[in-house]
Design a protein around this ligand. Structure first.
Ligand SMILES: [Ca+2]
Ligand SMILES: [Ca+2]
Ligand SMILES: [Ca+2]
Length: 440
């Protein structure tokens, strides 16, 4: 069988430049512990109809329900302490019987949007920022708003297949697990290596481990980098060899394997210039099983999108940088669906002293146990942002179809370039916070 080289991955590595964070000081570490409590357990808020005599109403509520006034609001509402030993619904119903009461509700607790405590999150992971967050005073309006999305979901319960060079997910033979994947969930029982045909999808290149970090780097572990859907489960599938190349039959097998082993999302940060019936059939199989298939558009800077991204069943992802502009290497065209931060290491627009790549933990090719934090660039880095957001959407809405997940992301994307879909930005920049709140 003719071996088709997947030049994209090689190009990615050539472009990346391996800018490494060596021993940067943590410039911002959030040590706040954020409570998971959703409401004040012994309080309710009672709203009075306008014009009601607040003092008289307060007495009335106390008489009706045995609740005690705790404090008055500035306008037409007051907080009451619940009486002990009474069911909260009985208290609420008693108060609601007062015709001057407009509403009764629990006293909910708001939480500050917690920035994760991972050492390098700020200022280096601009790609995950909320709009308006600053990095050394430089405002980012082109992150994916992951910080706000994490208040809703972190991807729990969703399996994401990473079809790549493997992942540093286990200690096995001469391979070791990446330290900043220590708390990440893996489906180790179903990992598979279609290059060496064994059940250990260890990474001998570094590319797949970096991609895995973007999707599910261990987060809030006081270490290194954060990932987008860090409570998701990663299914490592190796189809590319140590040089970052692989044959289409291995990729097709990887796609079918993912579909048959419970994955709901596939990330493929790889591609070739040719279409293939074998590849297309595998994509169709996974799509029919309901998987969300996310693919890099390619790094040739040309006006056609690579395969498999070009197939209609796939979500083709192009690449943006800190200022929201498409990066020149990012393939575009009629098949492009969406863009995400993929980085541009030739500029330092956030003035953190490093080229603006995507920072995750991985290792240099040939030294699979020498872990460090590397700024990579490429549509290979953009694609896992969208796969991670897809996992967040499915975690918040497990019954959504793959087309609903696509719509959630495309219809809420931040429009860039000319108004509406366009060939350089597709539907725009993926927005994690808006996507997880989308409903049909
Ligand atoms: Ca971390
Ligand atoms: Ca920078
Ligand atoms: Ca547009």
């Amino acid at each position: 069988m003719k071996k088709v080289l997947l030049s994209l991955v090689v190009v990615v590595l050539l472009l990346s430049g391996f800018a490494q964070v060596k021993s940067a000081e943590p410039l911002y570490v959030n040590k706040d512990t954020v409570s998971d409590e959703q409401q004040v357990s012994d309080e309710i808020i009672v709203g009075f109809k306008s014009g009601a005599d607040a003092s008289a109403q307060t007495m009335q509520v106390e008489n009706l329900a045995g609740a005690k006034l705790s404090r008055k609001g500035l306008k037409n509402f007051a907080v009451f302490k619940l009486p002990k030993g009474k069911a909260i619904n009985d208290v609420i119903n008693a108060i609601k019987s007062d015709p001057n009461v407009e509403y009764v509700e629990l006293n909910y607790i708001a939480h500050a949007f917690a920035v994760p405590n991972d050492t390098y999150f700020n200022p280096y992971q601009w790609d995950l920022y909320n709009y308006g967050m600053t990095s050394n005073g430089y405002v980012s309006n082109y992150g994916i708003q992951a910080v706000s999305a994490w208040d809703i979901t972190r991807g729990a319960g969703v399996k994401v297949a990473i079809i790549d060079t493997g992942v540093a997910y286990e200690n096995y033979g001469s391979y070791t697990k990446a330290p900043d994947l220590a708390n990440t969930y893996f489906d180790t029982a179903n990992a598979y290596d279609f290059v060496n045909n064994d059940t250990h999808a260890n990474d001998d290149n570094g590319h797949g481990t970096h991609v895995a970090g973007t999707i599910a780097q261990s987060t809030n572990n006081n270490m290194g980098a954060a990932g987008i859907a860090y409570e998701a489960t990663i299914l490592p599938i190796k189809v590319l060899d140590s040089s970052g190349s692989g044959s289409y039959d291995a990729i097709a097998n990887g796609i079918i394997w993912a579909a048959d082993h419970g994955a709901r999302v596939i990330n493929m940060s790889l591609g070739g210039s040719q279409g293939s019936t074998t590849l297309q059939n595998a994509i169709q199989y996974a799509y029919n099983k309901g998987l969300v298939i996310v693919c890099a558009s390619g790094n040739d800077g040309k006006s056609t999108v690579s395969y498999p991204a070009a197939y209609t069943q796939c979500i083709a992802v192009g690449s943006t940088r800190f200022d929201g502009n498409r990066v020149s290497y990012s393939n575009y065209g009629s098949a492009l669906d969406i863009v995400a931060p993929g980085g541009d290491t030739s500029v330092d627009q956030n003035h953190d002293g490093y080229g603006d790549g995507i920072l995750q933990q991985t290792f240099p090719q040939g030294s699979p146990n020498s872990f460090g934090y590397y700024f990579f660039q490429g549509t290979s880095m953009a694609s896992p942002h969208v796969a991670g957001v897809a996992a967040l959407v499915l975690s918040a809405h497990p019954t959504y179809t793959n087309e609903q997940v696509r719509t959630a992301m495309q219809s809420t994307a931040k429009d860039l370039g000319t108004t509406g879909w366009d060939k350089y930005y597709g539907y725009g920049l993926v927005n994690a916070y808006a996507a997880v709140r989308w409903t049909p």
